[in-house]
Design a protein around this ligand. Sequence first.
Ligand SMILES: CC(C)(COP(=O)(O)OP(=O)(O)OC[C@H]1O[C@@H](n2cnc3c(N)ncnc32)[C@H](O)[C@@H]1OP(=O)(O)O)[C@@H](O)C(=O)NCCC(=O)NCCSC(=O)CC(=O)O
Length: 486
Amino acid sequence: MQESYPHASFVLSSFVPVLLGVAVAAAALFLAASGELTAGGLRSLPPFYVVVAAASIIAAKLRHMCRPKEVYLVEYGCFRPRPCYRAPVATCREHAQLMPELFDQQSINFMMRLMERSGLGAETCVPLAYHYIPPDQSLEAAREEAELVIFSAIDEAFAKTTSFLKPADVDVLVLNCSVLAPTPSFADMVVNRYKLRPDVRTFNLSGMGCSAALVSVGLVGNILRVAPPGTRALIVSTEILSSTYYTGTDPSMLLPNCLFRMGAAATILSNSPEGARFRLGPVVRTVTSARDADYRCVYMDEDDKGNTAIRLSRNLPATAGRALRDNVAAFAPLVLPSSEQVRVALPMLKRKLLLLLGRRAEARLCRPDFRTAFQHFCIHAGGRGVINEAQDGLGLTDDDVEASRMTLHRFGNTSSSSVLYELAYTEAKGRMKKGDRVWMVSFGAGFECNSVAWVCIKTGSAAGNDDGGPWADSIKRYPVHLPVLA
Ligand SMILES: CC(C)(COP(=O)(O)OP(=O)(O)OC[C@H]1O[C@@H](n2cnc3c(N)ncnc32)[C@H](O)[C@@H]1OP(=O)(O)O)[C@@H](O)C(=O)NCCC(=O)NCCSC(=O)CC(=O)O
């Protein structure tokens, strides 16, 4: 989805001033030709010309007012789980083995093999509900998890803005959580906790998987571009896991148990630059749900015993790679410098020509170098296979995907919030510089691939917020060496 002007303001901002400009120019030409455009002549101008001139000034002013506003990321915060929630492989194995009525040995072996190969480290955390025998899948447990991760992330974000922004200043609230959508919504839970104003505009997005944080950024960006100056929005991105722990034998439904971990991020956006740290660039959404296989790629389902869980397709990495290619085709022209666009345009034309001539073997693919446009990449930490696919597809180096792999290792797949943990990693490492550009890419249920670009306008240390955020207790140990798996 490329950002576009709302229809009315587009007409106002483009056509009216042009028409008035043409009218004024025509009038001036007419007067000049007839010798009336002199100081004395001005006094004798007919009222029509005076009205046209005044109208054109008003139109110019209106055009300025209706111009889409810049959108800024003011601050963000991520939930940092306490070590008591840790779920290393040995603990998970022991835990599963204590529930023979829920898991057979084959399923346990499958889960442990995948966990060992998934890229997750020993410090990733699961909600308290998972630690019970049997796991507590009650709504109460899920609400408890939601309150913990959501409120912690919001508190963390607002702790950095105490001098100029508090929760009561929020005008728009968007909360995204894919698998659990209770009534009243989690957005209402936030309103209730922070006593937000009655005129706050709330939105609760569900079922949109791991790409929903960037869906929320696109939505909020559109709102803020046309909202009154100084409008503030809060985005909360999370996945509540308690009710989704799968206790069956379907491998595709066991995989989420191995990958998904606790997490949440709160992001404050505004159309005022006050205190802001990043400026929003292009937002591009690619939705491939029309393709049946893509629609069923991340699919909430029941197994043959009626257990409900998310089923992840074996083809997910390939599906993500295809969606990424489509997304990049729309995103690249908006972000690549012209020199890079020219560099890839000619070989692409040559390739098309060779394909037309049937000389397929000679038709080489020319991939843009996205490092000419971005210094930092936050690719959804969906799993080792997903990061590999994105790295290969975009031609990125190991350094470029370090934030993704380390986030997967330290926090697991925290769903939509993962890209904020990656941003926090880059900042905690002290690598973000003023003027640096960041590309966030996420994939998720739908199927969707979404891209968001940011420009850093103030570093965390310049803002006095460089405590490491969710990485505070572990950044010194990262990056860790990841074993090469056959
Ligand atoms: C799980 C992996 C780390 C395992 O990697 P490996 O290197 O071990 O090799 P592999 O891919 O051959 O998988 C090993 C074994 O697991 C099986 N296997 C893999 N994926 C499976 C699946 N989805 N369903 C059932 N089985 C699966 C393989 O068939 C194989 O079995 P056998 O050895 O018997 O042949 C990787 O496959 C991976 O990262 N996959 C992508 C994970 C994913 O879907 N992430 C997105 C989550 S959804 C998300 O983030 C967005 C959202 O929710 O919206």
